[in-house]
Design a protein around this ligand. Sequence first.
Ligand code: AMP
Ligand code: ZN
Length: 112
Amino acid sequence: MSDCIFCRIIAGQIPASMVYQDEHVVAFKDIHPKASVHVLVVPRKHIATLADAEAVDQSLLGHMMLALPKVAQSQGLDTGFRTVLNTGHGGGQEVFHMHFHVLGGKALPFTV
Ligand code: AMP
Ligand code: ZN
């Protein structure tokens, strides 16, 4: 989608600090980090929110989950990390191309 900022990052039209890429997923540093490590893990396929994912996306969602620890390890988060997935306005989502946040490093700013 040409008006989606994450699709534009994936297409190389907007710069981002990439930390991981594979066939289905990219990961780049959040532009406004909420922790000392804050990376977004984004499917190459445009899916607006988790609530818009369909049965055909099942293997992609599994692939994303398995990418999370790889991304965390690449950022040195050896003792663990937090994942956040905001869904819809009610879930605090601001960019409507679904993505996982991977957070870690120095003391995390909040608990769940
Ligand atoms: P969410 O509220 O879950 O939709 O999170 C969107 C995240 O995208 C926020 O943490 C923003 O700081 C981040 N963000 C927005 N634009 C960019 C960008 N161009 N590059 C990297 N991160 C971005
Ligand atoms: Zn998109």
